[in-house]
Design a protein around this ligand. Structure first.
Ligand code: ADP
Ligand code: MG
Length: 323
């Protein structure tokens, strides 16, 4: 049953009205806001705002403990987003999980951004075709999002399924924001939450969040050992924000992480992604991509809470990912 804003303690009709007008249309949106933000939006004191947020969190079961049966209920909703590749899907137990962070790591050119583009297309398909009937938010830190590439992949789908898909429609359901530095990148997750709340009851709720690249800004900004702990801490907090996004929206979260092609004094083993174990312990699934012959790429599932490690071969072609 949906909880109305006015049902929350400390929220009267006037406050509810102001909150709605400022875009806080759901209890979840309030639960994840800050007191300062809410105080400004509803023209109330920060201490009242804090109480309202607490009430919203209790009502929405956010930020507190969940009992095992509640986790079970939530887990029942886990969706599978198809990669469009049979082997790859099978390795992932059917597809990319929702309510989880999946990390794509590999060298430059290994296909991380290509996989991300393909998932941004596939998520919009109906479940019969492996999609989640959803839209996607992309946080683009390296300016590598290409609408032209989306068009090619949509045309590829039309060919594959013998249906005339309209690439304009697909492009409309992709919302892209450039992140200019790591702080901005973290803030964009809050904006993504707001946007997802706005779209929650729309035809295409947000079911996929992509951060491409997760680590580039962090690597550029935190060079040297002195600030390494600082960087890891910030990255860790960022990842928890992403996980929360996935849980609240029953969405898949894809992050990319480039590994060095040459051994590096700071980061050691070239096959170890930067962000090291901090990304490793927070990302639910880790996929290591590497180049093979021609357009072939090897995707290795490195560790997963419930699936065996494995490898799948995919092709990155002009109409999209193929077996
Ligand atoms: P990264 O892991 O650095 O994100 P990308 O996902 O950008 O790597 O992969 C780039 C590679 O994808 C290119 O080297 C090329 O092999 C392939 N690729 C990119 N665009 C196309 C296209 N339009 N048609 C076929 N292959 C493409
Ligand atoms: Mg890339």
């Amino acid at each position: 049953p949906e909880v109305l804003l006015e049902d929350l303690d400390h929220v009267g009709p006037a406050t509810a009205q102001k909150l709605m007008e400022s875009g806080f249309t759901t209890v979840e949106a309030i639960a994840v806001s800050s007191p300062a933000e809410l105080a400004t939006a509803a023209d109330i004191g920060e201490s009242t705002a804090a109480k309202i947020i607490m009430a919203a969190r209790q009502s929405a079961d956010i930020g507190g403990f969940e009992t095992g049966d509640m986790v079970m209920e939530r887990r029942k909703l886990v969706g599978k987003l198809s990669t469009g590749c049979i082997e790859f899907n099978e390795m992932m137990g059917g597809g990319i999980d929702t309510q989880a962070i999946t990390e794509l790591y590999g060298e430059f050119g290994s296909g991380k951004t290509q996989v991300a583009h393909q998932l941004a297309v596939n998520v919009q398909l109906p479940p019969e075709q492996g999609g989640l009937d959803g839209s996607v938010i992309i946080i683009d830190t390296e300016n590598t999002f290409r609408p032209e590439r989306i068009k090619q992949m949509v045309d590829g789908l039309s060919e594959k399924y013998g249906v005339e898909y309209d690439h304009e429609e697909f492009l409309k359901n992709i919302r892209v924001a450039r992140a200019f530095n790591s702080n901005h990148q973290i803030l964009l997750v809050d904006s993504a939450l707001e946007l997802a709340n706005e779209l929650k009851n729309s035809e295409k709720p947000v079911r996929l969040l992509i951060v491409d690249s997760l680590t580039a800004h962090f690597r550029a900004e935190y060079i040297g050992r002195g600030t390494l702990a600082d960087r890891q801490q910030k990255l860790n907090k960022h990842l928890h924000g992403l996980q929360r996004f996935g849980d609240l929206n029953n969405a898949s979260v894809i992050v990319t992480n480039q590994v060095m092609s040459k051994p590096d004094a700071f980061f050691g083993d070239p096959t170890k992604p930067i962000g090291g174990h901090i990304v490793g312990h927070t990302a639910t699934f880790r996929l290591y991509l590497r180049k093979s012959k021609g357009d072939k790429r090897i995707v290795r599932l490195v560790d997963s809470p419930n699936l065996p490690d494995g490898e799948a071969i995919i092709s990155v072609t002009t109409p999209g990912l193929r077996d």
